[in-house]
Write a protein that binds this ligand. Structure first.
Ligand SMILES: O=C(O)C[C@H](O)C(=O)O
Ligand code: SF4
Length: 513
């Protein structure tokens, strides 16, 4: 097993940087369904560019390299303790190499371990089998989509759909509701794994196991196969679209499993995975630990069409205004912007996420933020030999987490633009209007695309918060994002959510009786 650690490092690197063909095919099919020039098509083009860049740069597709979750099958007698140790070493090594973001944080102190290790991380499940091979599957599932997982206890009452009973039709309603409640916040278009039954723990576990099935896999249970097909059809009529921008494609895959339950409980557990569906697998020689073959190598052919050749956010496109702004930004410039405008940003921006927002409420900022831009982002950073920071991946994080703080921070520091993804709520919308600021939605998961727009790292504050939570001062050029909340009280997120709820209500009547 001398090659086992090296094989695990390859698996981790490949999973973080190279999306499997079945996932790529699903994204390609989505691209073909959106009309050229729409916001969804622009977002999907950027996503496709990003996928290509990540593979070429051998760098993380998304900066949130997630919770590493290994599912391992071993022949009887293999030393699992040694395997675990080697996986831990490979995880730490992948982190040092910038293939993983240091993502393991002490839940009480907030301290980042720096090497992706710590109690509960990574997740490793072993199972024995009769074969003389080792199979290792890995998912790197990010936090934004994990936050959108949801568990229903039947019977229940669902917004838009009414009563969901303890039957197949009740299950149908829960799954549709799960897609609705995720909106764009889990970086739609997404994939869902559903677990029917079990207890709260095994239900979620089953839901996550479904994510290991290839996208084109057909359920061997005909009833569940029918439900999967139905959900794909119905969920894609909700109009949420890529990044919640509205559009024809909201869901890229749905896989459902069922296990027994005890009479009093009836759980439907849904694991939501973003488009950056990073899962790979390998089969290893049990003596040497060398990779014999890769899993997930096949996918259905998808033909390219002219619609899918739309360029990304910057460049020729119809219908959308494109406005270039350089920081610091004035109130007048901001008041001219409307929902739907594409902003191309140049100048200095500052990252800030959960720890910084909490801090800024009671303290001063180390830099002048007047007319400034806050970027909800926790990048992957590496220090090179002469001590210069290099940005390895830098896409947006889910902004709604900062909703309790954002309005106060905009007012207190005179911020003119907040960049993030998934949109924000009423309190922030009111502050944008009152103060003269905008919310810019960047394309979630497009970490290589945005890293490429960063021309320099001009400093960092609060490194003690850990790399993702620190305040990075970044010089950007041609940083493109879409105005989804403007200074006139308009919010694309509010509109899309309202219309999705109306569409959801059309699925109220029983289908599986
Ligand atoms: O932690 C991040 O960088 C992003 C996170 O996965 C999110 O979707 O909000
Ligand atoms: S930012 Fe989006 S793409 Fe990246 S892990 Fe979070 S949900 Fe997934």
């Amino acid at each position: 097993m001398r090659a086992f650690k090296e094989s695990m490092l390859k698996l981790i690197t490949e999973t973080s940087t190279n999306l499997p063909p079945d996932v790529r095919a699903a994204i390609q099919r989505a691209k073909m369904r959106e009309n050229a020039g729409t916001r969804a098509a622009l977002a999907l083009s950027t996503i496709s560019d990003n996928i290509r860049m990540a593979e070429e740069n051998v760098s993380p597709i998304c900066q949130d390299t997630g919770m590493p979750t290994f599912e391992i099958r071993v022949p009887v007698g293999v030393n699992q303790i040694r395997m675990k140790e080697a996986i831990h070493e490979a995880i730490a090594e992948a982190t040092r190499l910038g293939k993983l973001r240091p993502n393991s944080v002490d839940s009480l102190t907030g301290k980042n371990s720096g090497d992706n290790l710590g109690p509960g991380i990574p997740v490793i499940h072993f199972e024995q089998w009769e074969k003389d091979e080792i199979e290792v599957r890995l998912i790197l599932k990010g936090g934004g989509c994990e936050n959108k997982n949801i568990q229903y206890s039947l019977p229940c009452e669902l917004e838009g759909l009414g009563r969901a009973g303890r039957d197949l039709d009740g299950i149908r309603k829960c799954i549709l509701h799960a897609v609705y409640q995720a909106q764009g916040q889990g970086c739609s278009a997404g994939f869902i794994g559903v677990g029917i039954g079990g207890d709260r723990t095994t239900g979620y576990q089953l839901a996550k196991e479904q994510l290991f099935r290839p996208v084109h896999d057909v359920n061997p249970n005909p009833e569940l196969a029918k439900l999967e097909a139905y959900i794909m059809e119905a969920a894609n009529q909700l109009g949420i679209g890529t990044m919640g921008f509205g559009g024809a494609v909201t869901l890229l895959g749905c896989k459902i499993g069922a296990i027994n339950r005890i009479p009093a409980s009836f759980f439907v557990s849904v694991a939501y995975n973003c488009w950056a569906f990073r899962r790979q697998g390998v089969v290893l020689d049990p003596d040497t630990g060398e990779i014999k073959r890769w899993l997930y190598t096949d996918a259905p052919e998808v033909e390219d069409t002219p619609a899918s050749t739309t360029t990304g956010l910057v460049g020729e496109k119809k219908g959308n205004r494109e406005i270039t702004l350089t920081t610091p930004i004035t109130e007048e410039q901001i008041r001219q912007l409307r929902v739907g405008d594409i902003v191309i940003l140049n100048g200095l921006i500052h990252t800030g996420r959960d720890a910084l927002h909490k801090y800024l409420i009671d303290h001063d900022s180390p830099v002048d933020l007047n007319g400034g831009v806050i970027y909800h982002c926790g990048p992957v950073m590496l220090k090179d030999k002469d001590g210069t920071w290099e940005v390895k991946a830098a896409g947006p994080t889910t902004s709604i987490r900062e909703e309790p703080y954002q309005a106060d921070i905009i007012r207190k520091f005179g911020i003119r633009a907040v960049i993030g993804k998934g949109g924000m709520g009423e309190k922030t919308l009111a502050a944008l209007k009152e103060h003269g600021a905008v919310y810019l939605n960047a394309i979630g998961g497009a970490a290589q695309y945005y890293a490429d727009c960063i021309t320099g790292v001009e400093g960092v504050d609060f490194l003690e918060f850990g790399i993702p939570e620190a305040m990075w001062h970044l010089r950007v050029q041609n940083f493109a994002a879409i105005v989804t909340m403007d200074a006139h009280g308009n919010s694309l997120h509010k509109d899309v959510e309202k219309s999705a709820l109306e569409k959801l209500a059309q699925f109220k009547d029983p289908v599986f009786v």
